[in-house]
Design a protein around this ligand. Structure first.
Ligand SMILES: [Zn+2]
Length: 329
């Protein structure tokens, strides 16, 4: 009797699950992207790149497993090779930029829940040889004593409000992204002078090659996110080629395996162009990920170099995450 009621209970649970899957989320490819995991109050750098706390990340993993057919790099590639439409709600977890939190927090939890994710690496950042430009900007603004900044060619100044430094950082980073008249390197250099702060020379903020190798061996996917994380549409064709080709060579040499996946830095409309898409194709990347904030419903060739992702940020609880997904679909 007990066995029977147990079985009935499990059967009911199964159908409730099947029901909830079909009712909740339509067929398609849902790609959930993260950057950093942890507490933004603990960093000397950009607090806006934290996706969620370690606890919430683990809850997100449980939620994805109960609601989606989870993919890894290989099953994702198979899907594009073998199918012409999405027959289920599929989901993939990705991480951009290659912060060390990926190894310290995300990787053990992914293993614990028998899940994989794809980590997109900026090869210049590996081993902390170079600090991301947004982290440089954040460090300068957090450590300066000046109250506002204006680069020489800007028509307006931006306040640095110490009580809400995250918002000030966000505003100045937006000005950096919108301004294509100078290279990011030159803009950072002007900001360094304006803030009168020295940047740290070497940081342990990003993954090491050793850590990336360990993650790859354990079944995680590793893709390219360029050499230096520029806004590709601001570059010449040749400079774009260098960013996409050299990062692929570096990953291949370091890991003994050619990366098949690429994600466009920033990835919003206007931050990459048809040249970027052509280069991804010519350089033999199989798939490329954008960041326009939607769900992919059509499985066709046009999706191959424009797979959309949603950004998981703001330390969402599972309930907030579920509501957020409903909003974007
Ligand atoms: Zn990025």
């Amino acid at each position: 009797m007990n066995l029977m009621s147990n079985f009935r209970g499990r059967l009911k649970q199964y159908f409730t699950f099947k029901d909830s899957v079909s009712k909740r989320y339509g067929n398609g490819l849902y790609v959930f992207n993260y950057h950093r995991i942890g507490n933004p109050a603990d960093t000397e750098y950009d607090p806006n790149v934290f996706s969620c706390s370690v606890d919430n990340f683990e809850q997100h993993l449980r939620f994805y497993k109960s609601n989606f057919c989870m993919l890894d790099e290989n099953t994702l590639l198979e899907l594009f090779r073998d199918k012409s439409y999405f027959d289920k709600p599929y989901a993939l977890i990705t991480f951009d930029d290659g912060y060390v939190d990926c190894f310290d927090y995300a990787f053990p939890l992914l293993l614990k829940h028998n899940l994989s994710a794809v980590f997109f690496i900026v090869t210049d950042f590996v081993d902390g040889r170079e600090l991301a430009w947004w982290d440089k900007v954040a460090y300068l603004l957090k450590n300066t004593t000046v109250k506002q900044v204006q680069l020489p060619h800007w028509s307006k100044s931006y306040p640095i409000v110490r009580s809400n430094i995250a918002k000030s950082i966000k505003g100045i980073l937006k000005a950096f992204k919108d301004d294509s008249s100078l290279s990011i390197k030159d803009k950072v250099s002007f900001l360094e002078q304006a803030c009168n702060v020295d940047l740290p020379q070497k940081v342990s903020l990003y993954l090491s090659w050793h850590q990336i190798e360990e993650m790859l061996t354990a079944g995680m996917g590793i893709g390219s996110h360029t050499l230096s994380h520029p806004i590709l549409s601001h570059l010449s064709d040749l400079e774009q080629m260098e960013e996409l080709a050299s990062s692929k060579v570096k990953l291949s040499k370091a890991l003994g395996q050619t990366p098949t996946l690429f994600s466009y830095p920033v990835g919003k409309a206007g931050t990459y162009n048809s040249v970027s898409e052509d280069l991804v194709n010519k350089l033999d990347y199989q798939l490329a990920f954008a960041f326009k904030g939607g769900v992919n419903t059509q499985l066709d060739m046009s999706l191959r170099y424009n797979i959309d992702r949603v950004s998981v940020d703001g330390d969402k609880s599972v309930e907030e995450l579920a509501r957020f997904i409903f909003k974007v679909i």
